[in-house]
Ligand binder design. Structure first.
Ligand SMILES: Cc1ncc(COP(=O)(O)O)c(C=O)c1O
Length: 458
């Protein structure tokens, strides 16, 4: 029986095993077995049912933020909304009651159908939100980890190059540097704009187009720059790369890697439609997933381009191959999900964050965040001595507003605002600016109060 199943899985995949209902492990006693993903979803729906998600005050009320402060740095590290907290607690209770049975069953280690495992429920929820397929989603701990898995996993050769920009986060550049040092490929940075406030889509597209060389194999971009608040016209940039690829053989095509973290959860479009080849995001920022979670998405055809970096526990294929002493074959998304035991209550509760967004509606959430950001930018721009560095246009900005107060460092501005109970942040870049990030945890009154606080500290 065991051998049959193993052969079966290695030949036709986990889905077919599920369909056949094959199991190697005797079913765990009902009393000790964790609830199924469907039961968990039912419980979550009951928690959510009482909330009117059309009412922004009700959405805001889902967060347990300390009301003594104006929280305008939610993009840094998430506060879990109520349904996510409830899901974490449910999973934690199951794990505390019976860690062995809960992990065996929850992860599908008992040979049960993959579709009934909790990671599968997360993949489905994420795929629905981002507009892709569940088996195109890998689960990670963060954007940092996702980017490292992509750059490290790509096979690059000396003579090839990774092209990136001067606007990306430290972790993105370091992931590129590590990969290029290991492979012998080079890397290069270009500026897509000189002045963030006056950046234009046409200029950014033109600068990228002009920078692509025959040896360019990978382009690393960031959807929303946390140094300036600029949102890239990703579709147009991806189209430029696609045009280049028209003249290239399949194995030489340029791949677009996107750090999506500050657009994922505040933009109206489904991220899978942006045209990038690999997309990395954390869960613990705009998407309101549990802290310490993230994901990678790529279209199905791109996963075989990655070599796994960390052994997986999210698909039995590689382990079965190991047992048989053979190579596992072309990489699948799940094989990139790093294995090793996790804070499972957090990872499994990710599904609930996507449901939270679904209940609000991706486009409604985006419109709300854009409206609060516009209110904030316009208010800041009216204050003499304040310069807003993020573009006013919603086509070129998202949820982060960078600004400076004449005569103050970013740190001084942040400290001044803290003294007035406003939580701002300073951008962690060589040139640092003060940042405010209006989000679904805020309302118009709070934005007005934050603007008044800035006026006071100028
Ligand atoms: C643009 C960007 N990329 C990546 C990261 C790293 O995110 P994480 O710590 O979740 O990996 C950050 C952090 O805020 C960021 O601003």
């Amino acid at each position: 029986m065991t051998l049959n199943r193993r052969d079966f899985v290695s030949k036709v995949g986990w889905g077919a095993v599920a369909a056949a209902g094959a199991r190697t492990v005797t079913a765990l006693p009902a009393a000790t077995v964790a609830t199924t993903a469907a039961q968990t979803a039912d419980a979550a729906a009951m928690t959510a049912a009482a909330v009117d998600y059309a009412d922004w005050a009700a959405v805001k009320g889902q967060f347990r933020l300390d009301p003594q402060w104006l929280h305008l740095s939610q993009f840094f590290m998430v506060s879990h909304p109520r349904p996510v907290r409830a899901a974490i607690e449910r999973f934690r209770d199951q794990l505390d009651a019976n860690p062995f049975a809960t992990v065996k069953r929850g992860m599908g280690f008992d040979g049960g159908p993959h579709e009934e495992s909790y990671p599968a429920a997360v993949q489905r929820a994420a795929a629905r939100y981002l507009g892709g397929q569940p088996d195109e989603v890998a689960l990670t701990d963060s954007t940092t980890q996702g980017l490292a898995l992509v750059y490290n996993g790509l096979t690059l050769r000396p003579g090839e190059e990774i092209l990136t920009t001067t606007h990306d986060h430290y972790v993105h550049h370091e992931a590129i540097r590590f990969a290029s040092e290991r492979s012998g490929a080079s890397w290069r940075r270009i500026a897509l704009y000189d002045e963030s406030a006056t950046a234009s889509a046409e200029q950014m597209v033109e600068r990228l187009r002009a920078a692509i060389r025959p040896q360019t194999r990978v382009i690393g971009l960031t959807w929303v720059h946390s140094c300036s608040g600029v949102k890239l016209p990703v579709r147009a940039l991806a189209q430029t790369i696609a045009d280049t690829n028209q003249k290239r053989d399949e194995q030489d095509r340029v791949l677009l890697v996107l750090d999506a973290v500050h657009g994922f959860g505040n933009q109206p479009e489904a991220a899978a439609g942006l045209g990038c080849d690999f997309l990395a995001s954390s869960g613990h920022k705009w998407i309101f997933a549990p802290r310490g979670t993230g994901l990678l998405w790529a279209p199905a055809r791109n996963w075989p381009l990655l070599r796994p970096t960390i052994p997986t526990a999210y698909d039995p294929g590689p382990k079965l191959a190991w047992e048989d002493g053979r190579l596992p074959g072309p990489t699948r998304a799940a094989w990139i999900s790093p294995g090793g035991f996790k804070a499972y209550e957090h990872q499994w509760a990710m599904a609930e964050a996507f449901e939270f967004h679904a209940r609000i509606g991706r486009e409604r959430a985006a419109a709300r965040i854009a409206a609060l950001n516009t209110q904030c930018k316009e208010g800041l721009a009216r204050i003499p001595g304040v310069r807003v560095l993020t573009p006013m246009a919603t086509s070129l900005s998202a949820g982060i507003i960078c600004f400076e107060v004449r005569g103050q460092t970013a740190e001084q501005t942040v400290r001044g605002l803290l003294g007035r109970k406003v939580i701002a942040s300073s951008s962690p870049y060589k040139v640092s600016y003060a940042r405010l990030a209006p989000s679904l945890v805020n309302d118009e009154r709070e934005i007005d109060a934050a603007i008044r606080a800035v006026r006071k500290i100028v």
